[in-house]
Design a protein around this ligand. Sequence first.
Ligand code: GRF
Length: 221
Amino acid sequence: MAGLRLGILISGRGSNLRALIDSCNAPGYPAEIALVIANRSGAEGLKYAAAAGIPTQVIDHTAFPDRAGFDNALDRALRQARVQLVCLAGFMRLLTPGFVEAWRDALVNIHPSLLPSFRGLHSHRQALAAGVRITGCTVHYVRAETDTGPIVAQAAVPVLAGDDEDSLALRVLGAEHRCYPEAVRLIAQGRVRLERERVFIDEPASPAAILINPPPTPADL
Ligand code: GRF
């Protein structure tokens, strides 16, 4: 339980946070969670963090007159905890360009689509409306424009005939829980190289580094 110090930002359920907590507890995982911050005191994910003995903070965005003030408070808390990589995990606040720039290449997000398709809200609704047969999730470095930035890892899942937004979201979520810890592992191992806004993974001989695309389990189907 030592390694790259993660700061996880959440707003709600926290199932991706849970997946990261489980990974960080696994022997040999190269990262540890230094701090979990929620912008809502009711964020369910806070409970998992507390139960795992991880320091938590609530920084309520409504207590700040503007986005910059809120982001400054986030920045202070993360630096105080000596965070090295910030992971957005269902964090529902837009970050200011100043914050994104200050944490450039040390700030990642998970988005429930295969970017660059279906950015923004309601990505599953967008996927169903477009009639795609495959969707998935993406872990990417964060840039000022929402849901853009160099892609670290993606996982694909099928869209099935009877799917609605909920069933599709659930299947994608299963992939998210495998994809996010794998992406963080690659970063923590120092194997992720950014060159001209593209990610290159060192040691491409490892299948995990080429494509993170876990086969669907029976539960996914
Ligand atoms: C996930 O689908 C994530 O991709 C998106 O918000 C959702 C958060 O879920 N950014 P959870 O809070 O991790 O359960």
